[in-house]
Write a new protein. Structure first.
Length: 455
């Protein structure tokens, strides 16, 4: 960055800082919100699409010679692979985001995620190239996961650094809400193809939802390419230049904020377990175990996701009124208490009650935790390594909790002889860990206090 451009950006930062005293968004802030959310839409579309495909399509197309239960485990294992590589992607991309700017990093995440998803729609199957089909699938999942490792974290950072603090809870809840919207789009796309005859679905129609992501990819790339750097980041960089500039943000994070890393990690545990039970495991369970039609199960998940899309911003708005801690704890506590009733309703054999259960879980458990998560995480870390802090805590949890959850849940049902009590217990434990993380995390008063303590 040149001296002249820094001066210009610094002036913009002062203007944005003055505007932050108002609850209205500046034009730059509005563009940042759109740029952040459209990428998150793609991330969740990609992952929800693969989560749905793992239980319904991936098993027979890429693991045709394995027994059905083992094939489901293999398909969910490839689902988990993307999460295992996410921490690496989060660390590497967030490093560049903290060192060189939010904008180029957010462009990179879109290219990696969108390109990998489109390529999945072009893959030959096991009938065409044998085991190499599964190898290529895993490789693309790794690329997708690498890019996604910094996506939601970057979206939260982008919005938090542009929006007024009086409305920051509402706006930082939007990426998670739009993420649920990505699930809706993926479910609609997959429900439309899943209703086709098997010979059409498994012949070529399964590719359509993956290829449709190219449209979102192009739109997101255009919007982010026209985005300006966040004023808060520009200001933090100028201060760092006059004092000291950390070469490795992760090293600084682990030295100076280990407590925040631990409790940030714990806080996300219940949210991730709950989300990936709903997004991935429930589809496989409802179709393979309970025996519901594929399309009915997908529609049920879609209606539930719509509920979460509506409630997450409402809970985000509530955090601006009563604080993120109360909202976050409510969501985790509700998800824990509702775990056993949730699976009881799923197992009734009624698609209506199963849909109601998923809508309640999405609306209150997901809605509250997702609505509070953005503000909670953005307040844990200072600007200079906020991207790294959020990405590291989120993606480590993703690798250890989110990714393995459908696999773990499937294995627990098998171990319990078809019963879901072990899965419900797993969700409860994860939610209790979230409550511990939120309650014991240190509270930060203001952004200025947080950043000044690091300089």
């Amino acid at each position: 960055m040149t001296t002249e451009s820094r001066k210009s950006d610094g002036t913009d930062a002062l203007v944005a800082s003055s505007a932050s005293h108002s609850t209205k968004l500046t034009p730059g802030a509005r563009k940042a919100v759109v740029a952040a959310t459209v990428g998150t839409l793609i991330e969740w579309y990609d992952y929800a699409l693969y989560g749905a495909a793992a239980g319904l399509i991936i098993s027979p197309l890429f693991f045709p010679d394995i027994l059905s239960s083992a094939a489901a485990l293999a398909a969910f294992a490839t689902f988990a692979v993307g999460f295992f590589v996410r921490p690496l992607g989060g660390i590497v991309l967030a490093h560049f985001g903290d060192r060189y700017g939010r904008k180029p990093t957010m462009i990179a995440t879109i290219v990696l995620m969108g390109g990998a998803t489109v390529a999945m729609g072009l893959l030959p199957t096991a009938l065409d190239i044998g085991v190499w089909a599964a190898v290529l699938l895993v490789f693309l999942r790794m690329l997708q996961g690498f890019g996604a490792g910094a996506e939601l974290s970057g979206a939260i950072v982008l919005i938090a650094e542009y929006t007024p603090k009086e409305r920051r809870g509402f706006y930082t809840a939007i990426p998670n809400a739009v993420g649920a919207g990505g699930l809706v789009l993926a479910t609609m796309a997959f429900a439309a193809t899943a209703s086709l005859p098997d010979e059409v679905l498994f012949g070529w129609a399964w590719r359509i939802p993956f290829l449709l992501s190219a449209l979102l990819f192009v739109v997101a790339l255009y919007i982010r390419n026209n985005l300006e750097e966040t004023p808060e980041y520009v200001d933090a960089v100028s201060k760092a230049d006059t004092q000291r500039k950390e070469k490795l943000p992760l090293g600084q994070l682990l030295r100076e904020r280990p407590r925040e890393v631990v409790f940030g990690f714990l806080s996300i545990t219940g949210h991730n377990a709950n989300v990936y039970i709903l997004n991935a495991f429930a589809l496989s369970y409802l179709t393979a175990t309970i025996g519901f039609d594929r399309s009915d199960a997908l529609i049920g998940v879609m209606l539930a996701a719509i509920t979460g899309t509506i409630t997450a911003p409402l809970f985000g708005h509530l955090t601006d009124k009563i604080g993120y801690r109360k909202v976050f704890v409510f969501g985790a506590a509700f998800a824990a208490v509702f775990a056993f009733p949730f699976f009881a309703l799923l197992s009734t054999g009624s698609m209506l009650w199963a849909t109601v259960a998923m809508m309640i879980s999405y609306g209150l458990g997901f809605g509250a935790m997702a609505g509070a998560q953005g503000l909670f995480l953005s307040n844990l870390f200072p600007t200079r390594y906020r991207f790294t802090g959020i990405a590291f805590t989120r993606e480590m949890n993703g690798a250890l909790v989110a990714g393995p959850t459908p696999f773990i849940a499937t294995a627990l049902v098998i171990a319990a002889g078809g019963s879901t009590w072990l899965v419900a217990s797993y969700v409860m434990v994860c939610c209790v860990l979230s409550i511990i993380g939120v309650v014991f995390a240190r509270s930060r008063k203001t952004e200025a206090e947080l950043d000044e303590s690091m300089l």
